[in-house]
Design a binder for this molecule. Structure first.
Ligand code: ATP
Length: 296
């Protein structure tokens, strides 16, 4: 059968206002466009992995508002199994995003239903135990993230952690993480080392056996306890139109390739191709490539 991946994470509706210059406190500006875009790091990684060719199950929660229906439909449409996606009375998670003329953004995330996922059910733990990999991020309550990672560890399931949004991590979570995938900013938050990803990668190996630091258009760096000297993987040179969700596309594809047993360097090259395809198209989930496109 197909490779199985379980994602334990957030679903958010992104509410995006496009403006020339973002308003300061107390100021009102007129923008030129508004969009509602299904997102959340968990849901984005689930869609990326499903499109990359895995059988994906999503554990999380949406609310009883109309955003909840649309978030469910988006996951279902991408072939993600949502039997374990709860519906919690109240609003869905939302991300309120202001994007200015330079593409810079300011974001407020309100967890909504995501905040209700404080512990896992027996069925959640069984779904994790059956997977080849568990994908986690930091947009659900830490108690559930930790419970999921511990269930994965007990069952020999590889845990891949995206430490976003950036924050210091409890040592119990790092202790059950197999592969950590921070971007440059998150790596700096975790290590206190900025501007030197090689040194940050080496420092992170004190906490986890393997680490990939993503570096945007500059590609990524891989280091492991078995081979501590960081290895760089370049990103294909492409013209980026929208990098939203590049990191989630990268992680989703990487998880699929690794779960299929491909060697790390092959898996990183394949994930880099997937992310490079996604940045050439607008949107997050909508821009994620399918397996045949990545292979090509
Ligand atoms: P985002 O928050 O935009 O989803 P991120 O900050 O989590 O992204 P990045 O390090 O910016 O993660 O990007 C992840 C990966 O996507 C990179 O390692 C690279 O492979 C690919 N990527 C990002 N930007 C570009 C680009 N301009 N050209 C080619 N590949 C890119």
């Amino acid at each position: 059968g197909m490779t199985r991946i379980t994602v334990l994470g957030s679903t958010n509706m992104d509410l995006v206002a496009y403006v020339t210059t973002a308003p300061r406190s107390g100021e009102t500006v007129t923008g030129h466009e508004f969009r509602t875009i299904p997102g959340g790091k968990g849901a984005n990684q689930a869609v990326a992995a499903a499109r990359a060719g895995a059988e994906v199950a999503m554990i999380g929660a949406v609310g009883t508002d109309e955003f909840g229906d649309r978030l469910r439909a988006t996951l279902e449409h991408s072939g993600v199994d949502i039997d374990l996606l709860r519906t919690t009375e109240g609003p869905s998670g939302t991300a309120h995003i202001v994007v200015d003329r330079d593409g810079a953004n300011a974001i407020v995330v309100i967890p909504g239903a995501n905040g209700s996922v404080t512990s896992l059910s027996h069925a959640d733990r069984a779904m994790i135990a059956e997977a080849r990999s568990l994908l986690i991020q930091l947009e659900l309550p830490m108690s559930a993230v930790l419970e999921g990672a511990e269930a994965a560890r007990r069952n020999g399931v590889r845990t891949i952690l995206t430490p976003a949004p950036a924050r210091p991590l409890p040592p119990e979570l790092l202790a059950v993480t197999d592969l950590l995938v921070p971007n440059e900013h998150e790596a700096a938050t975790l290590t206190g080392i900025s501007g030197d990803p090689e040194r940050a990668a080496a420092a992170l190996l004190a906490h986890v056996p393997e680490v990939v630091i993503t570096l945007g258009a500059r590609g990524c760096l891989y280091a492991s306890r078995a081979q501590p000297e960081p290895v760089a993987v370049l990103a294909p040179p492409v013209t980026a139109v929208d990098t939203t969700g590049a990191g989630d596309t990268f992680v989703g594809a990487l998880a699929v390739a690794l779960a299929e047993g491909r060697p790390m360097m092959d898996a990183l090259a394949w994930a880099s191709s997937a992310a490079a395809l996604s940045v050439q198209r607008p949107g997050a989930a909508t821009s994620m490539p399918y397996r045949a496109e990545i292979d090509a």
